[in-house]
Design a protein around this ligand. Structure first.
Ligand code: HEM
Length: 474
């Protein structure tokens, strides 16, 4: 009886084979599902991976190797499905340049939903066309070179001097310190009269905003996205209160908030919601970019003592021209920091602080003979250009002097700060902040790295356990 309900050994094998065959077919259907779903004549070659997840796992885990592997198989322009969206990745410098120059022709910013929802609808990266032009005009007049010359340089130096006070004799995590520096210097430029405790409480909220923007948009308690949205509401409330307080007082101020409130020119006059979004953009855009570049500059200078020595000479020469220790840095001093600028550009290139930028199509777009359907993302991947041996000889060595040839910074394939109508409006301010930090850091201190520091380069440059250095007086 028992025998009759149990299959014989040959029928067991048949059932097993049948089961395996079914499972194989199911996997194949699943694997091909995305390819079938997004199949369209004329789209670039490539694979779309699993339903929903696409090839996100390989994209994030293998990073640059994922891109190189795809390029070897499909060329410089290929399709994939990553981070929840069908995406075309471009690794061709000329195509990348064109993509960034021609935003109006069917391409708009394509940053993830979580970023857009938390940073706000008036955020410069969320808007396009005439609205973008107005918000960008306002941004440039707040942080561009004339504003730096007029007041931001002096205020930046004032902050850096007190921030770098008393570091000698300590072991510090320079990753943490440069994050604090990047955030608090922006806060000080935006609001000149609030106490340190206000800035610290604001940073705690803002760090949740930052985490929320780089997480999956799942709005349930406990997720980083949820915390980011909550933090955004709290930050809105704090900033609204600040606007009301300023309007109720006649006290003079020399900060970005004052400028935002005083503008009468209809070209730049913003409503309260736009003012708040603009403040959040300045804090957000100049945060990780500035902190990571500063941390990596310190790392590369530590590993290249000859460059560090020459950099010190540049800064001591500036100090020698001063009549007293308190005499502030001028715009001319900053313009004379040519090796410092070269160190910053070389750091940004070698570390690839920015891997690329995202766009989205709002209509079918033709690109290099291919079609990119409406609603797809375009990842303008610029990382590989940073290691192009034709543009940068010995691309993996730290050689800031290559940037002293003026033509390199203006080279069309240099996209360290983006290109076209969205080229970074905070580029000069970012370089000023890092230059002034380095000016005080290298003239006041020596430093040695502690054992055991590790660096990760993708998806973002970071030291997972911190970058610890021992600081002594110079
Ligand atoms: C080393 C520092 C920095 C780097 C490497 C950097 C890099 C970039 C890049 C690559 C873009 C282009 C994004 C795109 O095309 O979608 C960009 C845009 C932008 N950056 Fe920076 N940035 C830096 C510092 C700053 C600072 C200090 C600010 C402060 C205001 C800032 C504000 C912005 C804004 C508002 C945009 C958007 C421009 C637009 O959409 O029109 N950046 N940045």
């Amino acid at each position: 009886m028992l025998m009759s309900i149990l299959p014989s050994s040959s029928s067991t094998t048949e059932v097993l084979c049948y089961g395996l065959g079914l499972a194989f077919c199911a996997v194949m259907v699943l694997l091909k599902w995305n390819d079938i779903r997004y199949r369209r004549k004329g789209v670039p070659p490539g694979t779309m991976g699993w339903p929903v997840f696409g090839e996100t796992s390989g994209f994030l885990k293998q990073g640059p190797d994922f891109m190189k592997d795809k390029r070897a198989r499909y060329g410089n322009l290929f399709k994939t499905h990553a981070l929840g969206s069908p995406t075309v990745i471009s690794m061709d410098p000329k195509v990348n340049k064109n993509l960034l120059m021609n935003e109006t022709q069917g391409l708009i910013p394509g940053y993830p939903v979580s970023m857009r929802n938390i940073l706000g609808n008036n955020n410069i990266a969320a808007v396009h066309g005439a609205f973008h032009k107005r918000i960008r005009g306002s941004m440039l007049s707040l942080v561009g070179p004339p504003a730096i010359k007029n007041h931001l340089l002096t205020r930046t130096e004032h902050f850096m001097k007190s921030f770098l006070d008393n570091w000698a004799g300590q072991t510090i995590d320079i990753q943490d310190k440069t994050k604090q520096m990047a955030f608090f210097v922006s806060m000080n430029l935006i609001v000149d009269d609030e106490p340190k405790s206000f800035h610290e409480a604001f940073k705690a909220k803002f760090d949740n905003i930052l985490l929320g923007t780089i997480s999956l948009p799942i709005n349930i308690p406990g997720t980083n996205y949820y915390k980011g949205l909550q933090a955004r509401e709290k930050v809105n409330a704090v900033l609204k209160e600040l606007l009301a307080k300023r309007r109720a007082s006649d006290a003079p101020h020399d900060d970005i908030l004052d400028q935002l409130l005083r503008w009468e020119d209809p070209k730049y006059k913003l409503n309260d919601e736009e003012i708040i979004d603009q403040i959040i953009t300045i804090l957000y855009s100049g945060y990780e970019t500035v902190s990571t570049t500063t941390m990596m500059a310190i790392k590369y200078l530590h590993d290249n003592p000859k460059v560090l020595q020459e950099l010190r000479e540049e800064h001591f020469a500036i100090l020698e021209r001063k009549r007293s220790d308190d005499e502030p840095l001028t715009w001319e001093d900053y313009k004379n920091m040519s090796l410092t600028r070269a160190v910053i550009l070389e750091t940004s290139r070698l570390a690839s602080v920015v891997n690329g930028v995202l766009r989205k199509t709002n209509t079918d777009v033709e690109l290099n003979g291919f079609i990119i359907p409406k609603g797809w993302r375009v990842y303008v991947y610029t990382r590989e250009i940073n290691y192009d041996p034709f543009l940068y000889s010995e691309p993996f060595s730290f050689n800031p002097k290559r940037w002293l040839k003026t033509s390199l910074e203006a080279h069309p394939h240099n996209m360290l700060f983006g290109s076209g109508i969205r080229i970074c409006p905070g580029k000069e301010l970012g370089i000023v902040k890092i230059s002034v930090f380095l000016h005080h850091f290298v003239t006041k201190f020596r430093w040695e790295e502690e054992e055991g520091n590790k660096l990760r380069q993708f998806p973002r440059v970071e030291a997972p356990n911190g970058l610890n250095i021992r600081v002594t007086q110079y």
